[in-house]
Design a protein around this ligand. Sequence first.
Ligand SMILES: NC(=O)c1ccc[n+]([C@@H]2O[C@H](COP(=O)([O-])OP(=O)(O)OC[C@H]3O[C@@H](n4cnc5c(N)ncnc54)[C@H](OP(=O)(O)O)[C@@H]3O)[C@@H](O)[C@H]2O)c1
Length: 287
Amino acid sequence: MEYTTLSNGVKMPMLGYGVYKIEPQECVRCVQDAIGAGNRLIDTAQFYKNEEEVGEAIKKSAVPREEFFIVDKVWITNSGYIRAKTSIEESLLKLQTPYIDLLLIHKPAGDYFGIYRAMEEAYREGKVRAIGVSSFNEKELREIYEFAEIKPMVNQVETHVFYQRKKLHECMEELGVKHMSWAPFAEGKRNIFENPVLTEIGKKHMKSSSQVCLRYMLQSDIILIPKSTHIERMKQNLDIFDFELDREDMEKLRELNEEKGISPVEISGFTGGLYYFFFKAKEFFNK
Ligand SMILES: NC(=O)c1ccc[n+]([C@@H]2O[C@H](COP(=O)([O-])OP(=O)(O)OC[C@H]3O[C@@H](n4cnc5c(N)ncnc54)[C@H](OP(=O)(O)O)[C@@H]3O)[C@@H](O)[C@H]2O)c1
């Protein structure tokens, strides 16, 4: 495994396992398989409704807690200082852990400045080892950076070969914020696994297109959390440290960039507001 060091000195694995859209009834088995395959970084979120299962799988494993790196995210309906603070306590209980390794604001929607203050407090209290944001564009990242007493250490944003985020990456480098990718396989969309450039480069190195995707981002200093429910794929996704892409490969992969994400709208500003009210209404009617 390769590691990166966050701006506060915390060591974080460059590769882990994401659990978005894994059904709770399947999640314990999946996380156990992922741990068995060698993953120690697990990325969950309040929104995924599987923090309990992640906690259970970690507890059941023979691996000591300090070897894990748990990433969690505060959801937008818990925005504002008070709700965020309560939700962090709930997440700790669900995960059955006294601390979360990295806590992120899930989306820039609702009163996310209030969430940030609650996360800073949890950080000072030792309940969180590192804090950051997710899906923040350059403007939002710079704003929160200015607002922060404890600077964000990570920005987790959609990043894959078709959406490489070079400009945002430069901004993150300037601010000392680590770039973490979500959906490193574009959720399997746009025929990514059959892409001829990826498969061709894969053949050259005797690797799969998925391994080329991950290796490209690893060599671009991007933290990765691919998701799979299949153990063979989990193993394959971890097996990317024994080959290196050369300059020519990197150039070809750079050209795959369309600078376009999988979602038709970016959750930001006005759309962020709509998104927030949609989920608030949903929460209200589900009560
Ligand atoms: N911060 C955010 O707002 C945000 C948003 C989205 C995601 N995330 C995080 O990022 C993680 C990863 O993103 P994602 O789950 O959306 O999508 P992803 O990792 O880009 O893609 C997952 C898809 O790829 C398939 N797959 C995985 N490994 C494969 C392999 N080696 N060969 C062929 N197919 C493979 C999976 O199928 P199988 O499962 O059937 O193997 C699944 O259909 C999430 O789980 C979550 O933790 C964060």
